[in-house]
Each structure stands twice: as C-alpha cells, then as structure tokens.
Design a protein around this ligand. Structure first.
Ligand code: KE4
Length: 426
C-alpha cells in the first residue's frame, strides 16, 4: 500500500481530503484509499501493482468492463479529430437517437456533463413547465450535489453522516419536501399539504445510494397516479439504473413511465456525461427552443459521445442483459448462502447487475432501515475482501456492479473470498 499512502499524503497537500469526490476517501472504512493506476476488463490495479476484481465499476459506468477494445479504438480515432469544438456534431445526434430509441418516454434529450447537472436541470425544467417551486425527494436518495437536493441525501452525504450539507441556504431546502422511500402515504400527505405547489417528484426508481433498495409493489405506479391527478412532473433519476437494469432502464423493467428521465454514467462509457430527456412538450421549454435556460461548454463532447455510442451499441446486442442477469443472480444467490453459513446477519438486494449486502437482518425498504446496518461489520467485511483481491465500494450505502467482463472464474474467486469476509464481519 506504500504507493497509495505516499500519493494520499501528497494529494492532501493539493486537494481537499486528498480526493476529488468524497466517497473515494475510504472515510467510512478507514485506512488509505487505493490510488488506481490502470484497469482492464473486470480488474483494476493500484499504484503498488496490487490486482483486484472490481465491483465498483467507477460507481456504475463500466458495465462493459474497463478499457473495452471497441471503446478504446473508437476513442483513439476520435481524439485525433480534436477533443472539443463547442459546436453541434453528428455524434451527439447519434447518441440522442440511441437514447430515444431505447427509452420510449424520452422523445427529446439534452446532453450535459454529469448526473448532477442532469437532475438539477430537469428540476429547473419541471419548475418552469409547471410554474411551481416545490420538489418532493426521498430520504436517502442521492441526485447529485445541487443545493436543493442535498437534503437527507444518500451516497457520500449519508456515508459521512451529513445528509443535509452546510452551505445550502434554508431558502433552497424549504422547497425540498422529504418522504421515506416506498412510502406512498407520506407522498400523498405532502401533496395534500402543498396543493398546487409541487413542481415535481424526483425518485431513483431503484434506490442505489443507500445500498440498493427495490421499489415495493405499487410504489412507482402510485407516484405516477398522484402526478397525473395533481399535474406534477414525475422525474426518474436513472443515472445509475439507465442501461444498467435493462435496455430501457428501470422504467422499462417496472412498466412505469416518467415525464422526465435523468441519465449519466453508462451513457458516457466512463467519460464525463449526463443527460435529461422526456416528453417533447416539456423539453421544448428548454433554451433555445423555450425560456428555461441550461447550457454547458463541454455538453455533447465528441469524446464522451463516442464512448457512449460504442457502449450502447454493445449493450444493444442480443442477450446482453439476460447474460448479466444470469451471472449476477448466480453471484448473489451463492453469496447469500455463504453469508447464511457464516451466521452473519445480512439482507441482500439485487436488481439486474446492481446489488448490495446490508449488514442488518432487514428487511431494508427505506433510509431508516438501511441505517440500521452495522457499519463496523461492513468495514471488517470490506477490508477482508480487499485483502482477498476483491474491490467493493468503500461504503455500506453504495451499490455493487457486475460487468460483462466478469468471468465465471472471477465469480468463483469472489465467492471464495466472501467466506473469509463474512467471517471477519461476524
Ligand atoms: P454525478 O454528478 O456524480 O455524475 O451524478 C450524480 C448522481 C445522480 N443521480 C444518481 C442516482 C447518482 O447515483 C449520482 C451519483 N452517484 C454517486 C455514487 N452513488 C457517484 C459517486 C461519487 O459521488 O463519487
């Protein structure tokens, strides 16, 4: 770990906390974060040449595995044509067309540079379209770090015990209303108490930032119904689930149609990207077509578009999601057996190739039940896995991801390491 320790020490001289995104700092599990030097397929190597089987997948984007040859070769060709023009290109039209084809509710889509920008912009659009101010979000869901959404936020905000960030003016937070995930009664109560004032409900259709929590029967359908009744814009934040849980995302899996969808991660193939799209009548309110302003120097960047196009073309191939489903189901079923044989209290969740092991008996249905998890047990589990050459997210409140590059051998190696990890956790 020497190399990472030296780099971490130096990094802290120049970068706050030594990292460019808090959850990478290993604060929840202690110790020194790994500084990664390269990745290939299902593997990553730290600067000390330690090799790991990777289940973080850069927090979701690397569904093909790292450095897929088709993506790398396309990027090599693209970079020789220049890296950014600040002008429209055929590439962004091609990626937009792929997204529109994949997600029927998306009739028109705008590219941005991150998931944060996508959700922030979608909410501004919903407010502009409805001429209302208030937003309903769910405790423990994370939608990026724009001010109004850092209220009971998940992911790193929960990991560090600051779900409500300092620096967010009370004025912003006042327009953000909170409900527990999976609690439709709480939502209808908020709607009743704020008649005609709610612009949108924003939800991760599968919560992926407090571990992985699935929508209970009727929850998403209930949100759709209340939005139809009240003229509220339903926004699905599919930054994680988009092209992860299926070609048409979680909305395709659960058969519930949002008004706006936010995307990121996979659609950029590991390059900086975000997107939001939906019903044309709403999207046409966006500048320059309409008055709601949103912009970005590097939006639709030719390199990110290239990586995204190649990634989606490969995901579109027949059998891809069935293959991911089969492998992830095997991994998680066998992992649960190992956990039960070790007598460790765990509650496992999975949707497609995203999954989580909670260190609590469960059931885990919302933020409060997720927070029951024994994070000390998780820490012991994390370090035992790492020592066994398995790299999972350094936080109980994140998702694990399987890629198309994980082999049967990788999965058997992982299951072997889990025996020791669950022992360490118990
Ligand atoms: P970015 O701004 O990080 O690209 O996307 C924000 C975002 C929006 N919506 C959802 C559902 C998300 O999960 C995210 C970001 N995910 C976190 C990990 N759970 C990114 C990792 C990090 O913050 O370093």
């Amino acid at each position: 770990m020497k190399g990472s320790e030296q780099l971490f020490k130096k990094a802290q001289r120049y970068i706050p906390g030594g990292v460019n995104s808090p959850v990478r700092a290993f604060r929840a599990v202690g110790g020194t974060p790994l500084f990664i030097q390269r990745a290939q397929g299902a593997r990553i190597w730290d600067v000390d040449d330690n090799e790991y089987i990777d289940y973080v997948a850069s927090w979701g984007p690397m569904i093909l595995g790292h450095a897929h040859p088709q993506v790398v070769q396309a990027l090599q060709r693209a970079v020789e044509r220049g890296t950014s023009y600040g002008a429209p290109t055929a590439l962004e039209v091609e990626l937009a067309a792929l997204i529109v084809e994949a997600i029927p509710s998306v009739e028109s889509v705008r590219m941005v540079n991150s998931g944060t920008e996508a959700v922030m912009s979608a909410i501004r659009l919903a407010r502009g379209w409805t001429k209302r101010d208030k937003v309903i979000k769910f405790e423990g869901c994370y939608h990026g770090h724009s001010d109004g959404l850092l209220v009971k936020a998940g992911s790193g905000a929960t990991t560090f015990g600051q779900p409500d960030s300092p620096g967010v003016p009370a004025d912003y937070a006042r327009n953000t209303l909170l409900a527990p995930f999976n609690d439709l009664d709480a939502v209808t109560g908020l709607v009743k108490d704020n008649p005609g004032q709610i612009a949108c409900i924003v939800v991760e259709p599968v919560a992926g930032n407090m571990g992985v929590i699935t929508p209970q029967e009727g929850f998403l359908e209930g949100l759709r119904k209340v939005c139809d009744q009240e003229g509220i814009c339903l926004i699905f934040d599919e930054v994680i689930t988009g092209f992860r849980v299926g070609w048409s995302g979680a909305q395709g899996l659960y058969g519930v149609t949002p008004d706006l969808t936010c995307l990121g991660k996979i659609i950029g193939g590991g390059l900086p990207v975000g997107a939001f799209g939906g019903r044309r009548e709403i999207m046409e309110n966006l500048a320059p077509a309409g008055g709601v302003y949103q912009a970005g120097t590097l939006a639709g960047n030719p390199l990110a578009m290239t990586a995204g196009i190649e990634t989606l073309k490969l995901l579109k191939e027949a059998g891809v999601y069935e293959h991911l489903e089969e492998k992830a189901a095997y991994l998680c079923t066998e992992a649960e057996k190992v956990a039960h044989s070790s007598k460790t209290s765990t509650y496992c969740t999975r949707v497609g190739s995203m999954f989580c092991t909670f260190f609590t008996p469960g059931p885990v249905v919302d933020y409060d039940s997720a927070k029951q998890s024994d994070i000390d047990a998780f820490r012991r589990y994390f370090w035992a896995l790492l020592k066994g050459g398995i790299y999972v997210a350094p936080s109980q409140f994140e998702a694990g991801f399987l890629s198309l590059a994980h082999t049967d051998e990788d999965i058997e190696k992982t299951l072997a390491a889990l025996h020791g990890a669950f022992q360490a956790a118990s």
